[in-house]
Design a protein around this ligand. Structure first.
Ligand code: ADP
Ligand code: MG
Length: 403
């Protein structure tokens, strides 16, 4: 069990808190298009403000590669946060430097300031000690709710945290919630445990998949990932997305005798294009798929059998859509699975992954999911058993950290 210091134990009062969050939110036309990650931090922000703390918020957006780039400015996020908190959020044009230090000093109790994108400085991603030292000047306490970035050993996640004393650094309420639910997956106590994996590629999801076949009772594979498994079994899949670099791994996973039964689709929805298909049909696996056709969704028989397995589950973890859900003709599988997961009333259900979360929200069933993780890559790494640097640095020495 991983236990980290919590902001509630820290009990900060009337101090300045450097608060690292993951506000790497989707944007459309210069506006925040999905504010979930911002909304999820409100409880920590209000807690700190109720205790007369000043809060200096550090975050990143996109991959500006160490250079200032207006396209990745956090200013629209600052405005959005201001509306959500119903209070002025001060804007800092940069995240380090004399001016920023001076602005922080001027903050009134309960005042909130948002710093410009940390990744405008190359030192952030390099975990540069000098950059970390500059960030350290912006607070008396360090609180991290950026679960989605905690698998990265960056300056604002690790370097700066190490510069605070143990009793000055902690996880926020969002971080605690992520850990609580993801540990229900890694320390599974309620079975059957059903894991669903889909999405575009196997590469990057191999380690989590190998961990899940050891932990879960059933692993249901869909999406592009299923194509690769079906190809590994010798099926020809036309123009389907197949990760040919991962065929050997797929074969190994299929032949391994771990705890879980790995289920593959028995039928598929194929089309001549994933975005604007003019011809769409359902085929059984093993049926001929034409050279220009691609498998873009699980078929109705697969949906039915997967849904039946999901309905018996007590623990569910889902990452990666079952098909190209962005296209109406290929959305039924993902929508159906979202419904099945949300209707498994007796189960603890956890969904992670950028597109998976988007798909669950679009299905209208997201309220019935126990936990929607704000971190895709981070949640997968956590489940694989990897040590997340941003969590390790907050661990209590009493929980056997370093084992
Ligand atoms: P997540 O963000 O949930 O971790 P991924 O990033 O791995 O998921 O993959 C999401 C993408 O996978 C979606 O945009 C979806 O269109 C695509 N996808 C799913 N199934 C297929 C398929 N059969 N062929 C091509 N793309 C697919
Ligand atoms: Mg994705």
């Amino acid at each position: 069990m991983i236990r980290i210091a919590t902001v509630a134990e820290l009990d900060p009062r009337d101090v300045t808190v450097f608060y690292r969050v993951d506000y790497n939110v989707p944007m459309e036309d210069g506006q925040v298009s999905d504010a979930t990650r911002i909304e999820e931090t409100i409880s920590t922000l209000q807690y700190l403000r109720e205790r007369d703390c000043r809060v200096v918020i550090g975050a990143h957006m996109g991959r500006p590669k160490g250079e200032r780039n207006e396209k990745y400015s956090l200013r629209p996020v600052c405005e959005h946060l201001s509306k959500l908190l119903n209070t002025a959020v001060y804007w800092a044009e940069d995240c380090i430097g004399e001016d920023v230090i001076a602005w922080v000093k001027e903050l009134p109790p309960t005042g909130v300031m948002m710093l410009e994108n940390l990744r405008f400085h190359a030192g952030e991603e390099k975990n540069d000690p000098e950059f970390a030292k500059e960030l350290r000047k912006l607070g008396d306490f360090y609180v991290n709710d950026a679960f989605g970035a905690s698998h990265r050993a960056h300056a604002s996640i690790v370097g700066v945290a190490e510069l605070f004393e143990r009793d000055q650094r902690a996880g926020g309420f969002l971080m605690m919630r992520e850990l609580e639910f993801l540990q229900k997956v890694t320390n599974v106590s309620e079975r059957p445990f059903v894991a669903l994996l889909g999405g575009a590629k196997i590469a990057g999801k191999i380690e989590p998949l190998e961990a899940l076949v050891k932990l879960a009772d059933s692993v249901l594979v869909g999406g592009g990932m299923a194509n690769t498994f079906l190809a590994a079994q010798g099926n020809s899949l036309g123009a389907s997305l197949v990760d040919s670099d991962s065929l050997a791994v797929a074969e190994r996973i299929l032949s391994a005798t771990e705890r879980a039964t790995v289920h593959l689709p028995s039928d598929l929805v194929v089309g001549d294009d994933v975005k604007n298909p003019s011809k769409v049909r359902t085929v059984d696996v093993g049926d001929e798929i034409a050279g220009d056709e691609m498998a873009a969704d699980i078929g109705p028989k697969t949906l039915e059998s997967y849904s039946a397995i999901v309905s018996e589950a007590k623990t569910i973890f889902w990452n990666g859509p079952m098909g190209v859900f962005e296209t109406e003709q290929f959305s039924a599988g993902t929508r159906g699975i979202a419904k099945a997961v949300s209707h498994a009333a007796q189960a603890i259900s956890i969904v992670g992954g950028g597109e998976s979360v988007e798909a669950v929200k679009a299905s209208g069933f997201s309220d019935r999911i126990s936990h929607i993780s704000t971190g895709g890559g981070a949640s997968l790494e956590f489940i694989s058993g990897a040590k997340l640097p941003g969590i390790e640095v907050l661990r209590k020495s009493s929980d056997g950290a370093g084992d």
